[in-house]
Design a protein around this ligand. Sequence first.
Ligand code: NAD
Length: 242
Amino acid sequence: MTDFEGIRALVTGGASGIGRATAELLAERGARVAVLDLAKADAPFLAYEADVTDDASVRQAVTDAVADLGGLDVLVNNAGIGAQGTVEDNDDAEWHRVLDVNVVGMVRTARACLPHLRESSHAAIVNTCSIAATAGLPQRALYSATKGAVYSLTLAMAADHVREGIRVNCVNPGTADTPWIGRLLDAADDPATERAALQARQPTGRLVTAAEVAGAIAYLASPLSGATTGTALAVDGGMQGL
Ligand code: NAD
């Protein structure tokens, strides 16, 4: 794994799950890391409170983070929320709410970060997408549509910014064992049975770990992937390939 010494990184949704594991990995490898989340992360990173649905709060947090980091090389656009159901289950307000966090939230954060990334000699954006973007999962119409949009956004941004030296890629996790999945399982009638069933559906027989997704994000954020832009890296235990 590469050295992140001298790299300045901002991770959205960095207080929990995949975002937190990514912040920890980048910091462990020498990066200076700032996390942006709804509440200040209880962790040894620079932490900024912002809601990705609120443009002013995102701009303020990015301005503060960049000032404290002394610049910006890497944006990990990771904050996101879930939604369950078919198209008949979620009303317009719910569609707008989840699209606002999962898609426009990434756009707002990228917009605030791009002027700073242009100043970097090794700029990279990594968006957290999902296998839901391409897998056709049942009961995930709204969530899948948001991640399909994140996938297309990744390709379009990669094309727009490649000549500025800014790479843009995404990771497509399968079911990753984070507090989010913990909350879903806790809401089931029998969480232990539900977890066992979920694990049995994975080709590997286990859930992906947040650290494994963080590893893929770190690779795409590092010079090791210097010729890679506009790609999606699956971290799904073989869910889609096998
Ligand atoms: P998580 O709930 O553990 O962490 C998500 C973080 O995002 C939380 O700290 C939360 O406070 C933050 N967040 C939510 N809304 C926000 C907002 N409006 N503004 C700022 N921060 C906000 O979830 P996770 O499982 O770590 O998910 C992280 C990302 O990974 C999401 O984009 C999710 O869609 C994606 N993902 C997760 C899985 C999985 O199985 N866990 C699979 C595929 C993709």
